[in-house]
Design a protein around this ligand. Structure first.
Ligand SMILES: Cc1cc2nc3c(=O)[nH]c(=O)nc-3n(C[C@H](O)[C@H](O)[C@H](O)COP(=O)(O)OP(=O)(O)OC[C@H]3O[C@@H](n4cnc5c(N)ncnc54)[C@H](O)[C@@H]3O)c2cc1C
Length: 381
């Protein structure tokens, strides 16, 4: 059973909607044409002084709500039932001599629902982390930090098929701003920032001083009324301490799986969901729903996902630099950053040493490596 709080799958969209080709390959996704808005060549990173460097890796901008509906339809074809307007609010253990599942309650006609295994894919709401209590009565996980993401759909946006990511801390504190091109000249123009209260104002200010100022903002096709801005929040504290328990696994944003630098999460969400589904199927077939049996799940994602803390150190080092230092570092990068290799990185190091040796004391090396980790193979987008 697949339950969804909203009355339809995929809306409101709270995503820039890009996914790398490598993600689709690794997930064995054969995207149907109607979910693809545009094929893109990769990311162009634009530093504070306007210096532009590319990370070329082919990928897609999706119509994310149509993509999610397609995924749900695939699940239905494979035997799942979908129940819309069903909101989970509590879970009680079912014991039958030993752990035998969860009695789930909430809003929606199917409740109460008894489940052998629950996979929490509730996104940043992380419903099970709050409602499920460990033996000592403490919640399964304590909630971490989140950042705000917000965007507008715009028309007639010039593009050469790259996603434009602006690292301009003045507008996006410890985050970035983006132009993500879609079909027919449409694009998502938005930002992610740690300064949540200022998110909309900062985005409006950024638009005001760039070529986006002249362009028309429209509500996205799935939004009939209200403010044209759309977005949401993204967890940024890294994977949760407990991503499994008796008869329970957490996937995607509900487990804290997002990429530290550019905060993408779709690839991580889908990959973790595959691991959780495979683990659940095997455990149910064996009749063992215990946390010990499901312990394979954290092992699978830990072996696969890149080290969050290491990338976060790189991100923090990057944002410790002033705008001027960041731009200087960028000018030392080759125009194409996707495949620098050892000699490429050594060359950047040499150029930096000549231009500003003092930067080495500001942990420039981890800051530089953060860009390597934002590639698709490290689940960067
Ligand atoms: C502005 C913005 C831009 C982003 N851009 C990108 C991007 O371009 N590329 C990328 O890869 N990632 C991006 N992300 C991150 C990405 O959107 C998330 O990482 C991804 O959607 C996580 O998927 P998920 O399935 O874990 O959670 P979600 O997509 O959040 O899905 C959770 C679902 O659970 C439902 N739900 C919640 N609580 C309950 C409940 N109690 N009962 C029943 N249902 C419930 C919700 O309604 C929702 O449908 C962006 C995020 C934001 C906010």
């Amino acid at each position: 059973m697949l339950i969804e709080d909203h009355s339809e799958i995929g809306t409101p969209v709270h995503c820039g909607e890009c996914i790398s080709g490598l993600a689709c390959e690794s997930l064995d996704l054969d995207l149907p044409d109607h979910v693809i808005s545009k094929r893109v060549h990769g990311i162009r990173v634009i530093f504070p002084d306007g210096t532009e460097k590319r990370l070329t890796e082919e990928g897609y901008v999706l119509e994310k709500h149509l993509f999610e509906r397609w995924i749900a339809d695939e699940a239905v074809s494979a035997g799942a039932s979908v129940h819309l307007s069903h909101k989970l609010s509590s879970m009680k253990r079912v014991e039958n001599g030993r752990f035998a599942g969860w009695m789930c309650d909430g809003k929606g006609e199917q409740f109460p629902i008894q489940a052998k295994i629950v996979i929490d894919a509730s996104g940043v709401a992380a419903v099970c982390s709050k409602t499920v209590k460990l033996e000592q009565g403490v919640p399964l996980n304590t909630m971490g930090k989140v950042v705000a993401g917000m965007q507008y759909e715009m028309l007639e946006v010039p593009t050469d098929g790259y996603l434009d990511f602006y690292i301009w801390p003045k507008y996006a504190e410890k985050g970035y701003l983006w132009m993500i091109p879609k079909c027919d000249g449409r694009a998502n123009v938005g930002l992610v920032t740690e300064d949540r209260p200022r998110a909309k104002k900062a985005l409006d200010e950024f638009i005001e001083i760039t070529h986006f100022k002249e362009l028309e903002q429209v509500p996205p096709p799935w939004k009939e009324k209200g403010n044209p801005a759309f977005g949401g929040t993204i967890p940024i504290s890294g994977p949760f301490e407990n991503t499994h328990y008796d008869g329970l696994m957490l996937v995607g944003d509900a487990a804290g799986f997002t990429s530290p630098l550019f905060e993408g999460g779709s690839h991580l969400a889908l990959k973790s969901a595959v691991y959780a589904a495979e683990t659940a199927a095997a455990a149910i077939a064996e009749g063992d729903l215990s946390a010990e049996r499901l312990a394979i799940y954290p092992k699978l994602w830990k072996d696969e996902f890149p080290p969050y803390d290491k990338i976060l150190r790189g991100k923090n080092a990057l944002f410790d630099l002033t705008d001027e230092e960041m731009s200087l570092m960028a000018r030392c990068f080759p125009d194409e950053m996707s495949n620098m290799g050892v000699s490429g990185k050594a060359m950047v190091g040499l150029r930096l040493l000549v231009r500003r040796p003092g930067l080495y004391f500001k942990r420039i090396v981890p800051a530089m490596l953060a860009f390597g980790y934002s590639r698709a193979k490290y689940y960067g987008w």
